[in-house]
Design a protein around this ligand. Structure first.
Ligand code: C2E
Ligand code: CA
Ligand code: CA
Length: 564
């Protein structure tokens, strides 16, 4: 429908005014520029005298936007777009910023040259603010207000596109789950906020901090002159973390692990750099946490080996690649074998013999340990069954149980059904749980252990003294044995260490626990242990882990263990 009357034009103008739209026309042939009077109202700016569209941009656009706004116009005038469209910031009389969207179409003369352009100007501030808010939500983490993974990827991409040099420093708070589980998520959130502030103050202007997920952060550094600068930054961060954090009036210490990769030295591909920093971080975790690692090619090799192990482990039970060795535990006073520890061995066609220390953590990570652990229990129960059938004086065999197995909801039932299958007494079985695992389980799943205890299965605390300071669990759980970790025995010659071991022994005795010293290799260690009251010994001094046949022979001979 066409509307020509003067009255209707008024309706148009009113509508445009309400819609915050102004109209303009640039007659290039006549060199005139018209701007509807409501423009000043919309933009709240009294400037209204312009020679042409370039002049309009020059006089109104914010300095930072002038060049791009002019480029938009040139782009259109050069025939690269059928519609002219440009968005830029302008300031009001009160120095406030508004966003305008300017649009137009061209009329051409007979030769096809643009003779006139006309269009509209719209105030799009509200839309822009909303867009920015949405952008903020998409690119910033709501808890810490730090840029997130998405922005990290964009920024890294931009740095790589501009051939910048820099580094990615991947950080992960050690055992953060423990903080959340112990103090609650609100407390954990607060700690994260304080942690970020601290890291930002360490970084200063050397880079930017991003929150990647939960307790994972990345620093993307600016260009640096030497790796000494990176080392200095790491040193600063680790120094700051030596001080406690104050959260809700409590003092709490946290440590972090860090993995660092340098670009373009290590790689210039986003995925590769991310993987390298992650691998270096993983290496820091393996090295005992609270440390940083620079990515090196050799880390990649150990990663490949890990992948190989992961792959080969999948079919190891099915292919019959595992076997169990039994290491005697000897009572030096009574001169007899009081038990064995079952130790798993893996012989693989491609990888050869892989040490338990290497493949068990990987099997734990992939979850394979559940199937493998059941195989070990089955194999040990079979051995006990055979030994008992031959009337050997076997007192117990202890089995290492991983936390992953314990956390499986039906662990106790599976365990019971396996020893029942071989008709053996549960009192011949002991499960070795590391101190750390026990603490971790304390809050939940403790009933799993209790179910087994009620049946008569014994519990032994492995690697005692290496984990946590809380001794609470010692009095709460009916433990039967404590195994003093090899690291203490290695340093038993040290006076302080000897006193610590003596303390552990006295504590165990007062609680009526059996105590076993692990990793005893020399006569000297044996004598020192006897001196302070520890008589049960496991270690190379008496015997390395043995095949079932050899273990059996020891039981038959009731061999005198005066030392081998
Ligand atoms: P662990 O439970 O602390 O086992 C003791 C480790 O010390 C064994 O290493 C044993 O061979 C070694 N050892 C014993 N006496 C001596 C000694 O006098 N000197 C030295 N240097 N070492 C000694 P192994 O068999 O390589 O096992 C390493 C770890 O792998 C074990 O540490 C245990 O955590 C894990 N593991 C072994 N078998 C199993 C299993 O069936 N299931 C699970 N979940 N873990 C297992
Ligand atoms: Ca053990
Ligand atoms: Ca141990």
């Amino acid at each position: 429908m066409c509307i020509h009357s003067k009255g209707n034009e008024q309706i148009y103008l009113r509508a445009l005014k309400r819609a915050d739209i102004a109209l303009w026309e640039w007659n290039i042939e006549n060199s005139t520029f018209f701007l509807s009077s409501n423009y000043s109202h919309i933009i709240e700016n009294s400037k209204n005298n312009f020679k042409d569209l370039f002049d309009f941009i020059q006089k109104t656009a914010a300095d930072a936007d002038t060049a791009s706004a002019k480029n938009d116009l040139i782009f259109f005038l050069n025939g690269n777009a059928s519609t002219y469209k440009s968005e830029f910031r302008v300031s009001t009389n009160a120095e406030e910023i508004k966003f305008i969207l300017i649009r137009g179409k061209a009329s051409r003369d007979i030769q096809g040259k643009i003779s006139l352009i006309s269009g509209s100007i719209e105030d799009v501030t509200e839309k822009k603010t909303l867009e920015r808010h949405i952008d903020h939500l998409a690119y910033y983490d709501s808890l810490t207000d730090l840029p997130n993974r998405l922005l990290f990827v964009n920024d890294l991409k931009a740095a790589l596109d501009n051939s910048q040099k820099g580094a990615l420093m991947f950080m992960d708070i050690d055992d953060f789950k423990l903080v959340n589980d112990t103090f609650g998520h609100d407390y954990g959130d607060l700690l994260l906020i304080i942690f970020c502030q601290l890291i930002i103050s360490c970084i200063k202007c050397l880079g930017k901090l991003y929150r990647i997920s939960g307790d994972e952060f990345i620093i993307l550094t600016n260009e640096f002159n030497s790796s000494d600068e990176l080392l200095k930054l790491c040193g600063n961060i680790f120094n700051y973390l030596k001080k406690p954090f104050e959260v809700k009036g409590d003092k709490i210490y946290i440590t972090i692990s860090m993995g660092i990769t340098i670009f373009p030295k290590d790689a210039s591909d986003i995925d590769e750099l991310y993987k390298y920093a992650d691998l270096a971080l993983y290496q820091s975790k393996i090295n005992g946490k609270n440390t940083f690692t620079f990515f090196q090619r050799q880390i990649l090799n150990s990663y490949r080996r890990k992948i190989d192990i992961e792959q080969e482990l999948k079919s190891a039970v099915k292919n019959n690649e595992f076997y169990v060795l039994y290491q005697p535990q000897v009572d030096t006073v009574k001169n007899q074998v009081v038990g064995f520890e079952a130790l798993l061995r893996w012989q693989n066609a491609k990888l050869g013999s892989v040490p338990a220390d290497e493949f068990i953590p990987i099997a734990e990570m992939t979850g394979n340990i559940v199937e493998i652990g059941e195989w070990v229990l089955d194999s040990v129960c079979k051995t006990i069954n055979k030994m008992k059938a031959k009337n050997h004086d076997l007192k117990k065999i202890s089995i290492n149980v991983s936390p992953i197995q314990l956390k499986k909801y039906n662990f106790a039932n599976r365990f019971i059904s396996i020893y029942e299958k071989y008709g053996i007494s549960p009192s011949l079985l002991e499960i070795e749980i590391t101190e750390g695992t026990l603490i971790d389980l304390f809050s939940y799943k403790i009933e799993t252990i209790n179910t087994l205890l009620k049946r008569g299965v014994k519990i032994s605390i492995d690697d005692f003294g290496t984990g946590y300071s809380s001794l609470n669990y010692l009095t709460t759980l009916p433990i039967s044995t404590i195994k003093i970790d090899k690291s203490f025995i290695n340093n038993i010659y040290n006076k302080k260490n000897k006193s610590i071991i003596k303390c552990m022994i006295d504590l165990s005795k007062s609680l009526n626990y059996e105590i076993i010293a692990e990793g005893v290799e020399t006569k000297e260690q044996l004598n020192l242990l006897s001196e302070i009251g520890c008589s049960i010994i496991q270690g190379y001094y008496f015997s390395r882990p043995l095949t079932m046949d050899k273990a059996e022979k020891i039981l038959i001979k009731k061999r005198n263990f005066g030392g081998i």
